[in-house]
Design a protein around this ligand. Structure first.
Ligand SMILES: [Zn+2]
Length: 395
């Protein structure tokens, strides 16, 4: 795989998520992938107050944001009806509305950004909070029956990497229906550090890095203590407002979370912490003696297992975690951005790391990201890592 920044049109023809007609009509021999992404409405820059950035976001991605919220509300209702067949959309929205005061109180700037998106896109806040926090929201709605299985995260540091730096990242796996709405957003707030990251239309930060070298991503896990609270994207949006690594970690720990995720954070000196969370509990994990760590969708820390919906991980999650771990060990000592992307491109086994489907209801890898916070570098693909060129950006 070629991870350089410039791609010839021959290379661009392999970008399966882009509108090739637009690309070939530009008449340019070479262009940056960033330019291609801009033309394909995959890259946006917003600046100003949090409310203004939100408004710009909502206006720019109005249709996509509406579609994302509609898809996730329908999925939420479907899940709720698996537990209680006569459940109604009005009840789903009532639970959603109960989350809003937590955001207003705990993360007022992220709340302002959500309000801006709501205004810009013309989407009610209670619908937007489900569009943003779907995997948390279903945990609140149906508790341990949610079982959404997504994302493989990897980290390598110290002697495990060729350059001694920390490299960490993940596949971002989600229902294929969301594939058209994955975007890269650069934010330059009036107050607070600028950020760059991957998310979906209408949503706060999903995986990202700020100019202070704080980076954060996540995988989904399913605890039993879901409750109305702050959704995970708002928690990560808040962590990206911090300029010290310790403060960013404390932000995630202290969030009155709606449910659990595995969050991983990297810092400007190559620090790394993994946080397995439930709504009310936190367990810290870190790279092992080799400088490696892989996490998928089951809790690994013994201290937190009693809050897990299932104590044993699903075969899907265990297989991906084991394979990621194996590939990291095989590459140990020589790992860098390209090698980490190769891990995220792997197709071995019945439950491969790089997931493909055309079925809107099934999970696929819709993006892959490798971050190097010491270099303020975020390298990502939109679409599967195996089939799409990686783009490098800095916050
Ligand atoms: Zn693949």
């Amino acid at each position: 795989m070629d991870h350089t920044r410039l791609y010839s049109l021959d290379t661009i023809r392999h970008i399966d998520v882009l509108d090739l007609l637009q690309v070939s009509s530009c008449g340019s021999e070479n262009m940056t992938v960033q330019e291609v992404l801009e033309m394909d409405r995959r890259y946006y820059e917003f600046s100003g107050s949090y409310r203004e950035m939100g408004r710009q976001h909502g206006e720019a991605m109005r249709e996509g944001a509406k579609r994302m919220c509609d898809i996730r509300l329908e999925l939420s209702l479907k899940r709720a009806r698996q537990v209680q067949p006569d459940y109604q959309m009005a009840q789903v929205l009532e639970v959603a509305a109960a989350h809003l005061p937590f955001h207003e109180q705990w993360c007022p700037d992220s709340y302002q950004e959500l309000l801006g998106i709501s205004e810009g896109a013309g989407i009610a806040m209670k619908r937007l909070v489900v569009g943003n926090g779907y995997t948390d929201f279903v945990d609140v709605l149906v508790r341990e029956a949610s079982g959404v299985c997504e994302c493989t995260s990897i980290a390598a540091t110290g002697a495990a990497t060729a350059d001694g730096r920390l490299h960490l990242g993940q596949t971002w796996d989600m229902g294929f229906a969301a594939a058209d709405y994955v975007v890269c957003i650069k934010r330059q707030p009036d107050e607070g550090p600028s950020t760059v990251g991957i998310t979906t239309a209408g949503c706060l930060s999903l995986i990202g890095m700020n100019e202070a070298g704080i980076c954060i991503g996540n995988t989904n896990v399913t605890p039993t203590d879901g409750r109305p609270g702050v959704i995970y994207l708002a928690t990560m949006n808040e962590a990206l407002r911090r300029t010290s690594f310790d403060e960013a970690v404390a932000t995630v720990k202290q969030s009155p979370r709606a449910s659990g995720h595995y969050f991983y954070l990297g810092g400007p000196e190559g620090q790394m912490v993994g946080l397995e969370t439930t709504a009310t509990q936190v367990a810290e994990v870190a790279p092992d003696g080799l400088g490696l760590y892989a996490h998928t969708n089951h809790y690994q820390e013994r201290t937190i297992l009693q809050w897990a919906a299932r104590r044993e991980g699903s075969a899907n999650s265990v297989d991906r975690q084991g394979r990621a771990r194996q590939l990291l060990e095989e590459g140990c000592g020589e790992l860098g951005v390209a090698e980490m992307m190769e891990v995220l491109s792997d197709h071995a086994g019945d439950n491969p790391i790089c997931r493909h489907t055309q079925d809107p209801a099934s999970g696929a890898s819709l993006a892959a990201v490798v971050m190097t916070p010491e270099e303020r570098r975020i390298s990502f693909t939109i679409g599967n890592a195996c089939a799409n060129p990686a783009v490098d950006m800095s916050p």
